[in-house]
Design a protein around this ligand. Structure first.
Ligand code: ZN
Length: 777
């Protein structure tokens, strides 16, 4: 027993020492800082030293290595253990391999044992770790030797040697370029380690013999020492400033005098069978007017068996954010002011950040904008008109929040975010993805389908009928720009947020009109029109339309209470009455939707390949570039760039014009051969069906040819005239062809057949400036 514990402590000691030893060893030989222990850096150091120097270091390294090896083996397993390091031919072996060296131990009977023969797991791990370290050091020695060999083969003269050193460096440069490209490619596509190994082997056999192994390429190294332990899990802090520096471009800095940031957080449960919570904090450059697009980056990540405690979770974040608020950020020698604009999160995450009572039966005070007190019945807390009357709510402000004027709303501890210069009420907008699309729209449909006695109940037969209509007709009319293709409402339970969004803003209007009762359709239109106004930048600037949206949402809430009862009015429904104010402050709904963050969260989820060591895996993926790709902010130009034309029609080139079927612009695709991708609205209001795309090479101009619809009228008149929000009924296509410049096109439209004889279509302009269409959420 005693001997066993002695052995175990010796092993622990060895593991600790081994880290230090290897780095020390390499530093002693090459005199470079081992941290970051990047083999490429060391390789460069090897290349830059003279041949003689290298020869001396090689000898030194060999001696040190041998001594160290013996000492390590002795330290770990005692003098009695008979461990040997086997190499096939250590001095000549340049097989890059890990396979060229093996650690062997002789047992008491004199027979030899290999790694797989060791009986306990711990012993095997130590063995493995040790032999990896040794192999790595050996590999370095081999790399260095290879360069020497190139020198040797090219002649003995000094001039010749110098010339060849230049050749070796040039080869090295090529290898470095290849390594950079491979790292990006492996990271982008999440290529597995075994596939990476095979790909590298191919390159090695085809002219890149000294490519390092995949671990070195992906820069994966132990991060355990950088992970902080907290009371119920572990955390890793990447930082805000370094992410911002990686994201901004000179083009962005030239246009912006200050840097506005949005943050987001949410809890993930990556595994079905193991209880594990992952909470990342994400950040991106805030863009209210959609003039640029910025991909989120990771600021920190927590992993534990339960949710993190706000004080620990936000400690490093608040510390850095505060520093950025006071001192700004220095980029290329210029100091920029930093403002924290908003936190985009779902309701439970917002409650966690603000340390207030969230959704749930235990709390009657849930509204983040006013002091309304809800009522609890049938396991639901509802906020009906009676409650509004009884509690006479007042609106919250940053000041009333900080002074905790409604104590029952706040948790015992103060939010760490109070230290920041933010509005504790309005810096936390109601995110439309959670509140509207998977919140209210889904709940409305759930209610219509599931509550049997309810007014406007939808029977199973009707759902089948609607699904058939979708699968047989609508499916071929919805443009291909949406990330998910439309599917029948029989599988509505599986719908994602983007599908509910499309349903609310586009196809739902036709489905409700065709299949639902009039009262239900009118109720749906109130929500659909209000959300359309709140989503389009041009409408958001229109005060009259904004007050119309507020009015429509208020009527929608009252209407729902009358039709579906008080229990329908959960906190999300009540939030609708406050959402217009959020749009007034932060801009159109999509500027504070969680869609881009949600896409990034699903990337994090996918990045975890095995159950254990969550945090190490995430940090590893970030270092490999899979999660922290340096994607700079993309600026949008106010005018449309020239489209990329493909699918040329070869038969009909006439008068110096070439005809194409497909034109791709950053936000839309035009396809002349496909009805659903060929409908556009021009700036002068015409709805056009494009049948050809011509390029005039003399004028360097692209024109589209097609037919416009001659008749247009309102599709509905209540709650407002549909044409006010761009929705119209069109019919009678012109028999004469016309043409338009590509700059005349305002937007693409969804065109759905409403009546077949005479043919009438419902035409709804698409919103392109949102970045939501491509979202995976
Ligand atoms: Zn309220």
């Amino acid at each position: 027993m005693e001997a066993r514990s002695a052995r175990s402590s010796a092993r622990a000691k060895m593991l600790r020492e081994m880290e230090l030893e290897t780095d020390g060893l390499i530093e002693a030989c090459f005199g470079v800082d081992p941290n970051p222990s990047n083999e490429i850096t060391r390789h460069a150091a090897v290349c830059s030293t003279s041949k003689r120097q290298r020869s001396a270091t090689r000898d030194k390294m060999a001696r040190v290595l041998e001594d160290e090896t013996n000492a390590l083996i002795e330290g770990a397993f005692g003098q009695q253990s008979n461990y040997n390091v086997l190499t096939r031919n250590p001095s000549d072996d340049i097989a890059h391999g890990e396979d060229s060296v093996q650690i062997q131990r002789t047992d008491s009977a004199g027979g030899s044992l290999l790694e797989e023969d060791v009986d306990d797991a711990e012993g095997r791990n130590i063995w493995k770790s040790f032999s990896n370290k040794y192999k790595k050091a050996l590999l370095e020695r081999q790399m260095e030797k290879e360069i020497d060999e190139i020198d040797d083969n090219s002649g003995q003269e000094r001039e010749a040697t110098e010339h060849n050193e230049v050749t070796a460096v040039a080869n090295y440069d090529e290898t470095i370029r290849l390594v950079t490209d491979l790292r990006k490619c492996f990271g982008d596509h999440g290529i597995t380690q075994s596939a990476q190994k095979d790909i590298l082997a191919l390159f090695r056999s085809r002219g890149f013999p000294d490519l390092p192994n995949s671990r070195v390429i992906m820069n994966s190294q132990s991060v355990s020492h950088l992970i902080q332990n907290c009371s119920n899990g572990q955390m890793y802090y990447f930082g805000i400033a370094q992410g911002v520096r990686r994201t901004v471009t000179s083009e962005y800095l030239a246009k912006c005098t200050r840097i506005d940031l949005d943050f987001s957080t949410d809890g993930l449960s990556p595994y079905k069978s193991v209880k594990r919570k992952v909470w990342p904090i994400l950040c991106r450059l805030s863009a209210t007017d959609f003039s640029w697009e910025s991909v989120p980056f990771l600021v920190s990540v927590f992993c534990g068996k339960t949710d993190p405690l706000p004080a620990e979770f936000l400690k490093d974040f608040v510390c850095e954010a505060k520093d950025l608020e006071t001192s700004g950020i220095k980029i290329n020698g210029v100091r920029y002011e930093v403002y924290i604009k908003k936190f985009i999160a779902d309701q439970p995450a917002r409650a966690k950040l603000k340390c207030v009572n969230g959704e749930g039966p235990n709390s009657l005070v849930q509204c983040e904008r006013c002091t309304i007190i809800g009522k609890h019945s049938d396991r639901i807390t509802h906020f009906s008109r009676t409650e509004v009357r009884l509690s006479q709510p007042t609106l919250r402000t940053d000041e009333t929040f900080r002074r905790r004027l409604q104590p029952s709303y706040h948790k015992q501890d103060d939010s760490p975010l109070l230290a920041l210069n933010i509005d504790m009420v309005f810096s936390f907008p109601y995110d439309p993805m959670h509140v509207l699309y998977v919140g209210i729209v889904k709940r409305l449909w759930d209610y219509l389908v599931e509550i049997k006695g309810a007014i406007y109940h939808i029977t199973k037969k009707k759902i089948t009928e609607i699904s058939e209509f979708i699968n047989q007709e609508l499916k071929y009319q919805i443009p291909s720009d949406f990330s998910r293709s439309i599917r029948g409402l029989d599988c509505y339970k599986l719908f994602k947020a983007t599908e509910w969004r499309r349903f609310l803003l586009y196809d739902g209007i036709l489905i409700f009109k065709k299949f639902m009762q009039r009262g239900c359709y009118k109720n749906f239109l109130l929500l659909s029109c209000a959300v359309r106004i709140l989503s389009i930048p041009e409408y958001v600037k229109d005060r009259r339309l904004m007050s119309d949206a507020q009015r429509m949402l208020e009527i929608f809430v009252v209407d729902c209470e009358q039709k579906f009862g008080k229990n329908f009015l959960t906190i999300k429904m009540h939030s609708l009455t406050h959402i217009v104010k959020d749009v007034e402050i932060h801009g159109p709904l999509d500027s504070f939707s969680a869609f881009p963050f949600e896409s990034y969260l699903s990337r994090i989820n996918k990045s975890m390949r095995s159950h254990g060591r969550c945090i190490e895996q995430i940090v590893g993926r970030v270092r490999e570039g899979y999660l922290l790709q340096p994607i700079p902010v993309v600026m949008r130009s106010p005018s449309r760039p020239q489209p990329v034309l493909t699918c040329e029609v070869t038969s009909s080139s006439s008068e110096g014009k070439r005809e194409y079927l497909k034109a791709s612009l950053p936000d839309i695709i035009i396809r002349a051969d496909r009805m659903r991708d060929s409908i556009f609205k021009t700036y002068d209001g015409a709805v056009v069906r494009v049948t050809g795309i011509l390029q005039d090479s003399d004028l360097n101009e692209v024109v589209v040819v097609g037919y416009k619809f001659l008749l247009s009228s309102d599709f509905f008149h209540s709650p407002l005239r549909s044409k006010v929000v761009g929705i119209e009924k069109v019919s009678r296509m012109d028999s004469l062809q016309s043409h338009w410049r590509i700059q005349d096109i305002k937007c693409k439209c969804v065109l759905m057949l409403y009546k077949s004889s005479p043919k009438e279509w419902l035409c709804i302009p698409m919103m392109h400036d949102s970045g939501v269409l491509q979202s995976a959420g």
